[in-house]
Design a protein around this ligand. Structure first.
Ligand code: ADP
Length: 907
C-alpha cells in the first residue's frame, strides 16, 4: 500500500538501468498513443469536411474545431517528443504537460458545448465526445490525473444534459444516461492504465531488489573464494614446508626429484588459487590496487631472479635491457606490477622452445611527476595466429589449443593481466607472427617518487638449484621467538624450517596461551596467525602490546597468514603489524623476515650463502634504446639515402617483375637497368607490391627496436599498391599502424619526413597519424612525362589515349588527386618549352612551403638536371631541394624523360 501511495503521489524515478529501460518502454507506448490521437483527430476532421459525420451535416464551427483539435494534437506530440529528448531531466515536464493539456482540452470542449448551446439553443456534445476519445490516449503517463479529469468533466456533461430542458435547451440525441455510461467506461480505462503502470512500477521494484540480491551474492561469492583460498593455502603451507625439509636432507636423487615435483605442483596449485581469487575480485568489481613507493631496480631484480632459472632450464637465452634513465623510485602497486610482468614473461618462456626471451624496460617521463613505464617482452616462440589475437585476453580462453595441449595453463593469466593493466590506467598490446614469436608491450603509468635514475643497474641472478645445499643464513641460539597458530601442522612447519638457525622456538595454538607466555617471557620476534578461534591474531597482538606487566610490549610481531589478498594486507598494515608473510611460506622467507627483526647482537652470520651465488653474473643494460615510434615506408617513397640515414627510416621494398625474374626494388635492380631492359618493346615489366608475408616479417623486425611502428604506404588507390598487404600483415600487430599516404614517390616521402620529425619531437603514434591525416591533402605529387607509352605498357592507361597524346606531341602531366593517378595539363612544343611551362605553372602558386622541394626524375641526364635546377631557382628559393632518382617500381610506369616537382603547402 505504501508503495502504491508512494507511486501515486511521487512518481518513482531512479537512475538504475532497469528503471530507465522500463520508463523508456512506457515512453514508447506514449508515442504510439499520441500518434493514434493524431490519427483520430484527422479522421474526425476529414469526416466533418465530407459531411458524413455521425450527426449529419457538420456545422462550420465544428469543422473549425476539428481542424484546431488536429493541429493541437500534432503540437502536443511535438512538445512531448521534445520534452522526452532528455527524459532524465525533463520527465517531470512531460508529466505536468500531459495533465495541463488534458484539463485545457476538456475545458475547451465543455466551453464549446456551452457556447454552442447559447448560440443555437441546442446542446451538441460532439466535440466533447471527440475529446473524450482522444485525451485518455495521450495522458498515458498520468492515468490518475486522467481519471479525475474524466470524472469531473463527465459529471459536468451529465449534469448539463440532464438539466438542459430546465434551461430551455433542446437535448442532444444522446441522452445523459449515455454519458454516464461513457464516463464509467472512461474511468475503467483510466483504472486499467493505472494498473498497468503500477505493474510496471512493481517490476522496477523487483528489478531493484534483484539487483541488490545479486550484489549480496557477489559479496558471498567473494568471501567464499577468499575463504577457499585461505583453507587451501593452509595445507599447501604444510606440503611445501615439509617438502622443503626433505630437500634439505641428504637423500637419494630419486627422492629429490620427487620432492622437486611436489614443490612445482604446490606452486602451480597456489598460482591457480591466486588466479581464481583475482578473477572473482574483478567480476565483483572489488579488485583494488595498493599504492606505495618501490625501487624499480629491486622490483626488476626480483622478477629476473625468479624467471631466469626457468629460461635456463629450457636452454633459452634470457636478455634484459633496462634503459638507465628510468626513475629509480616509483609509486604504484609493486606486487601487481610484478604479477603482470611475471605472467607475461612466464608465458614467453612457456611458449618458446628455443631461442630468446627478452625483457626491455623504458620510461617516458610526463609532466607532474608522472611517467609511463614501458615493458616489452619478446620471445622467439610459437607465436599466435592472427585470428586468435582478439581472444587472447578473454578469460578461460586458451588459443591454438592443439599446439598448446601439452603446455600447462588455464587461460586465466592474460585475462587477469589485461584487467590489472586497465585498472592501472595502462595498456597492453600484442604483436605476433605465428611460428616466429610474440612481443607483448605493456605500458603502465606510475608516479615518480623521487628524482633519480636507476642508472647502470646490475642484475644478479642467483641459482636456487633443485637440491639446495641448505645452510642457514644465520644462527641465533640466544634468540627466542614465539609462533602462534591454531593449526599444529603449521607450527611444526615453521619450527622445522627455522631449525637450522638454532633460534629457540616456542609454539602455542591460541591467543590466550600466547598472552600467558608473553607475560613472563621476553621474545625477540612473534609470528602470529590471523584467523584463530576465540581470539584472532589481531586482537591477540593488541592485547600483547597493551598487556600490563607484559614482557613483549615492544616485540616485533609479524603476521603469518593464509589471507593473502590486498584487503587483508592493508588491514595488517593499519593494525601495526611489523611484517607480513603470506602462507605458504618458504624457509628463506622465514629466515629473511626473522633476520630483519632480531637484535643484531644475537645474530651470527654463517656466511654459507655465497655458494648459492655461484652463478651470479652482472647483467648490464643494453644501450640500444627502444624507440617509442619508428616510421617506416616503402622503396617507392623515393627518399634520398641521406634522409633515410638521418632519420633511420627502414624501407620495405616493392618489386619489379620481368621476364627474367622478380627483383627487389633498389636492392636487386636499379632504375637505369630497368629502363634499358624496357627499351625492347617485347620486354614486359610490371611493378609489384610486397606480399603479406614480407610485410609481416618486416614489421616484426621493426618491433624488435621500437614500441610502435607507423608504416606510411603508397596510395591504396594506385595499381599494385602495397597498402592492402601491409594492412593484412598489420592485423597480427597491435602496435603497427599502416597509414595510406594517398601519394606515391617523394610525395609519400614528404609525409614520411614529417612523420619522422613528429616522432623525434616525442609525439605519440596516434598524434602523428592525426597530423598526417590533415597534411596529406596539402601535398602535391605530379610528374611531367614524355609520353604515356610506359603507363600503357603497365596497363594503367589505354593504348588509344597514349597514341593520341603521342601523335599530338603532347607531354602530359600525371598527378595524384585524392589518391588516384590522373592526367593533368598536357604541354605542347619542344621538351624544353613544355618543361619550362610545367615548372612555371607549379611554382606560380603562392602557397608553397619553401622549406623543402623534391625533384624526382627518371632517365634524365646531368645537364638536364642542372637546367631544371636553374629554372626552379629563377622562380623560387627553397631551403632544401632534393634531386632524387625514382625507384625502379615508379620508373616502370613513366619511362625516360620524366620528372616531377613534389612539394607541400604552407601550414
Ligand atoms: P595460459 O594459462 O593458457 O597460459 P594465458 O591467459 O596466460 O593462459 O594465455 C592465453 C593463451 O594465449 C595461451 O593459452 C596461449 O595460447 C597464448 N599465449 C600467451 N602468451 C603467449 C606467447 N608468449 N606465445 C604464444 N602464445 C601465447
Amino acid at each position: 500500500m505504501r508503495d502504491l501511495l508512494n507511486y501515486l503521489f511521487r512518481p518513482s524515478k531512479t537512475s538504475s538501468d532497469a528503471t530507465r529501460s522500463a520508463y523508456f518502454g512506457s515512453l514508447k507506448t506514449t508515442h504510439v498513443m499520441l500518434l493514434i490521437s493524431i490519427i483520430v483527430c484527422m479522421v474526425f476532421m476529414v469526416l466533418s469536411f465530407l459531411d458524413t459525420s455521425l450527426y449529419g451535416a457538420t456545422p462550420v464551427y465544428h469543422r473549425i474545431c476539428y481542424v484546431v483539435l488536429f493541429v493541437v494534437s500534432i503540437v502536443w506530440f511535438a512538445c512531448v517528443k521534445y520534452a522526452i529528448r532528455d527524459y532524465e531531466s525533463r520527465y517531470k515536464v512531460v508529466y505536468a504537460m500531459n495533465g495541463i493539456m488534458a484539463v485545457l482540452i476538456y475545458t475547451w470542449a465543455i466551453g464549446l458545448a456551452v457556447i454552442n448551446a447559447i448560440m443555437r439553443k441546442e446542446l451538441d456534445t460532439t466535440i466533447f465526445m471527440t475529446v473524450s476519445l482522444i485525451v485518455p490516449l495521450s495522458v498515458y503517463l498520468n492515468p490518475l490525473e486522467y481519471i479525475i479529469i474524466a470524472l469531473v468533466s463527465n459529471a459536468g456533461m451529465v449534469f448539463l444534459l440532464y438539466s438542459a430542458p430546465t434551461f430551455g435547451l433542446e437535448g442532444n440525441t444522446i441522452g445523459f444516461v449515455n454519458f454516464a455510461v461513457f464516463g464509467v467506461f472512461q474511468i475503467a480505462m483510466g483504472v486499467t492504465m493505472l494498473y498497468t503502470k503500477y505493474r510496471l512500477h512493481e517490476q522496477l521494484v523487483t528489478a531493484a531488489k534483484q539487483h541488490s540480491e545479486i550484489e549480496m551474492l557477489n559479496k558471498a561469492q567473494n568471501s567464499f573464494f577468499s575463504n577457499m583460498s585461505h583453507e587451501i593455502r593452509t595445507p599447501i603451507n604444510t606440503i611445501i614446508g615439509l617438502n622443503e625439509m626433505i630437500l634439505r636432507e641428504d637423500v637419494s636423487d630419486e627422492v629429490i626429484e620427487d620432492a622437486a615435483n611436489i614443490k612445482a605442483a604446490g606452486k602451480l596449485l597456489l598460482n591457480l588459487i591466486n588466479d581464481i581469487l583475482d578473477m572473482s575480485k574483478f567480476q565483483s568489481g572489488r579488485m583494488q590496487l595498493l599504492y606505495a613507493p618501490y625501487h624499480t631496480g629491486d622490483m626488476l631484480s626480483d622478477i629476473v631472479g625468479m624467471l631466469w632459472i626457468r629460461a635456463k632450464e629450457k636452454k633459452l637465452d634470457f636478455h634484459i635491457d633496462v634503459s638507465p634513465d628510468i626513475p629509480a623510485e616509483l609509486v604504484g602497486d609493486e606486487v601487481r606490477v610484478k604479477q603482470i610482468l611475471i605472467n607475461v614473461l612466464n608465458n614467453a618462456i612457456k611458449y618458446t622452445k628455443e631461442g630468446t626471451v627478452s625483457l626491455s624496460v623504458q620510461s617516458e617521463i610526463k609532466e607532474d611527476k608522472l611517467c609511463n613505464m614501458i615493458y616489452t617482452v619478446s620471445d622467439t616462440g610459437i607465436g599466435i595466429k592472427t585470428e586468435d589475437i582478439p581472444y587472447l585476453f578473454s578469460a578461460f580462453k586458451r588459443v591454438d589449443e592443439n599446439a598448446n595441449r601439452h603446455i600447462e595453463g588455464t587461460g586465466l593469466g592474460l585475462s587477469i593481466v589485461k584487467q590489472l593493466v586497465d585498472l592501472m590506467g595502462g595498456k597492453i598490446t600484442v604483436n605476433s607472427v605465428y611460428t616466429k614469436g610474440s612481443t607483448f608491450i605493456i605500458e603502465i603509468p606510475q608516479r615518480v617518487e623521487r628524482e633519480g635514475r636507476v642508472g647502470e643497474y646490475n642484475f644478479t641472478k642467483t641459482n636456487a638449484s633443485k637440491k639446495s645445499e641448505y645452510a642457514p643464513k644465520f644462527e641465533a641460539p640466544e634468540a627466542r621467538i614465539l609462533v602462534v597458530d591454531d593449526n599444529e601442522a603449521n607450527l611444526m612447519v615453521v619450527s622445522k624450517l627455522l631449525r637450522g638457525t638454532k633460534v629457540r622456538i616456542d609454539t602455542v595454538t591460541n591467543g590466550a596461551d600466547a598472552l600467558k607466555k608473553t607475560l613472563n617471557i621476553k621474545y625477540d620476534v612473534i609470528f602470529m596467525d590471523h584467523l584463530m578461534p576465540e581470539m584472532d591474531g589481531i586482537e591477540c597482538k593488541r592485547k600483547i602490546k597493551d598487556q600490563t606487566g607484559g614482557r613483549c610490549r615492544d616485540t616485533h610481531i609479524v603476521i603469518l597468514t593464509a589471507n593473502a589478498d590486498e584487503e587483508n594486507r592493508a588491514l595488517y598494515a593499519r593494525e601495526g603489524f611489523d611484517g607480513y608473510l603470506p602462507k605458504p611460506v618458504s624457509g628463506d622467507e622465514l629466515e629473511n623476515e626473522l633476520y630483519s627483526y632480531l637484535p643484531k647482537e644475537l645474530v651470527h652470520i654463517t656466511g654459507n650463502r655465497t655458494d648459492l651465488a655461484e652463478e651470479t653474473i652482472s647483467w648490464m643494460q643494453g644501450n640500444k634504446k627502444r624507440r617509442s615510434v619508428v616510421i617506416t615506408t616503402e622503396s617507392v617513397a623515393d627518399l634520398p639515402d641521406e634522409v633515410l640515414a638521418k632519420y633511420g627510416i627502414e624501407v620495405l621494398p616493392h618489386k619489379v617483375v620481368t621476364g627474367e625474374g622478380i627483383f627487389k626494388d633498389g636492392k636487386e635492380i636499379e632504375t637505369q637497368g630497368v629502363l634499358r631492359y624496357m627499351e625492347d618493346p617485347a620486354h614486359k615489366v610490371k611493378p609489384m607490391g610486397p606480399t603479406v608475408k614480407e610485410a609481416e616479417d618486416f614489421f616484426a623486425k621493426q618491433l624488435s627496436n621500437a614500441n610502435n611502428v607507423i608504416h606510411i604506404s603508397i596510395s591504396s588507390k594506385v595499381e599494385n599498391s602495397g597498402y592492402a598487404p601491409a594492412m593484412d600483415a598489420a592485423k597480427s600487430f597491435d602496435n603497427v599502424f599502416v597509414f595510406d599516404s594517398s601519394h606515391l614517390s617523394s610525395g609519400q616521402g614528404l609525409l614520411v619526413i614529417e612523420a619522422c620529425r613528429l616522432a623525434e619531437e616525442g609525439k605519440s603514434a596516434e598524434e602523428i597519424i592525426k597530423i598526417l591525416g590533415s597534411l596529406k591533402n596539402k601535398i602535391h605529387t605530379s610528374f611531367i612525362v614524355d609520353n604515356l607509352d610506359f603507363l600503357a605498357r603497365a596497363g594503367q592507361v589505354s593504348n588509344g589515349t597514349a597514341n593520341v597524346v603521342k601523335s599530338l606531341m603532347g607531354r602530359p602531366v600525371l598527378r595524384l588527386k585524392k589518391g588516384k593517378m590522373g592526367l593533368g595539363m598536357t604541354y605542347f612544343g619542344t621538351r624544353e618549352n613544355a618543361w619550362r611551362s610545367y615548372i612555371n605553372s607549379i611554382l606560380s602558386s603562392g602557397n608553397i612551403d619553401r622549406r623543402i622541394l623534391f625533384v624526382t626524375y627518371v632517365g634524365i641526364s646531368r645537364s638536364e638536371i642542372a637546367w631544371i635546377k636553374t629554372q626552379i631557382e629563377k622562380k623560387m628559393k627553397f631551403d632544401e631541394i632534393h634531386f632524387v632518382q625514382a625507384s625502379p617500381a615508379i620508373a616502370v610506369n613513366s619511362g625516360h624523360g620524366t620528372f616531377g616537382l613534389l612539394y607541400r603547402e604552407k601550414d
